[in-house]
Design a protein around this ligand. Structure first.
Ligand code: NAP
Length: 249
């Protein structure tokens, strides 16, 4: 398809729902060839079909980003399919909120493994490819929770602050190779993210917080990602913080 990203290859993690799904569709609408990665293959294949039905090119890659080997193979599969890899969107994530005291520490491991280590593994695997091409763009999905601290969000906050720290160090290490790094920091986006919270009280409170305001849609975040990755080569959009107008914190 013609578009500002015609012929570019993008890999989007967590593309089976929410922001990742919308981003895959938006990148494809701008002409990118898109590799969609996640664990739920039927959901991925449905998005691939939508892209193909619109005249685009896409593939589904089953990968658990918490698994370093699977994440390396995910990057290799996307690169092998089209022979280059221009854009990596590290979007896969979990928001398992709840207080520190009495928390199920398995929730902590899952968030650290997916939100932080998964993003790091994918970045590690893609860097030799992007350096070899003398360019690329890595988009890391953080959150308002990567900028402001709230009780009950400790470990989610920690992972998203980690995304910010890792991304800025990465930017400083790779800018000379014409690899751009962008952090996207959404506020409330209406996706299934909240439904996966395991602490019943935290889930109910978060649902109420989300329902009290007119939240963002996944397409709003996808549009910001498309903006960042379609700038001219000398422009590096490093950070985009987007809240719903009605969100106070
Ligand atoms: N919604 C919000 O209000 C909001 C606000 C700020 C930031 N964010 C961030 O936006 C990102 C996307 O979240 P969303 O709101 O779009 O929620 P979502 O609809 O629940 O999407 C999360 C995605 O991550 C994938 N995922 C989860 N664990 C994975 C794993 N181990 N390996 C591979 N993929 C995995 C899921 O796919 P599978 O289950 O199929 O693997 C799914 O595609 C997250 O990083 C989240 O922290 C969201």
């Amino acid at each position: 398809m013609a578009g500002k990203l015609h012929g570019k290859v993008a890999l989007v993690t967590g593309a089976s729902s929410g922001i990742g799904e919308a981003t895959a569709l938006a990148l494809a609408a701008e002409g990118a060839y898109v590799a969609l990665a996640a664990r739920r293959v039927e959901r991925l294949e449905a998005v691939v079909k939508r892209i193909e039905d619109s005249g685009g090119q896409a593939i589904a890659i089953i990968a658990d980003v918490a698994n370093e080997k699977q994440t390396q193979e995910m990057v290799q599969a996307a690169h092998t399919k089209w022979g280059h890899l221009d854009i990596l969107v590290n979007n896969a994530g979990l928001m398992l909120l709840g207080p520190i005291e009495g928390a199920d520490t398995e929730d902590w491991r899952r968030m650290v493994n997916v939100n932080l280590l998964g993003l790091m593994y994918a970045t590690h695997a893609v860097l030799p490819i992007m350096k070899g091409q003398s360019g690329g763009h890595i988009v890391n999905i953080s959150s308002v929770a990567g900028r402001t601290i709230t009780p009950g969000n400790a470990v989610y906050n920690t992972t998203k602050w980690g995304v910010g720290a890792f991304s800025e160090a990465l930017r400083q290490e790779v800018h000379a190779h014409h690899i751009r790094v962008t952090i996207i920091e959404p506020g409330v986006v209406e996706t299934e993210l909240v439904e996966h919270i395991t602490d019943p009280k935290a889930k109910e409170e978060t649902q109420q917080f989300y329902q009290a305001i007119h939240g963002l849609q996944s397409e709003d975040i996808a549009a910001a990602i498309v903006y960042a990755v379609t700038q001219p080569p000398h422009v590096s959009v490093n950070e985009i913080l987007i809240r719903p107008t009605e969100q106070d914190r």
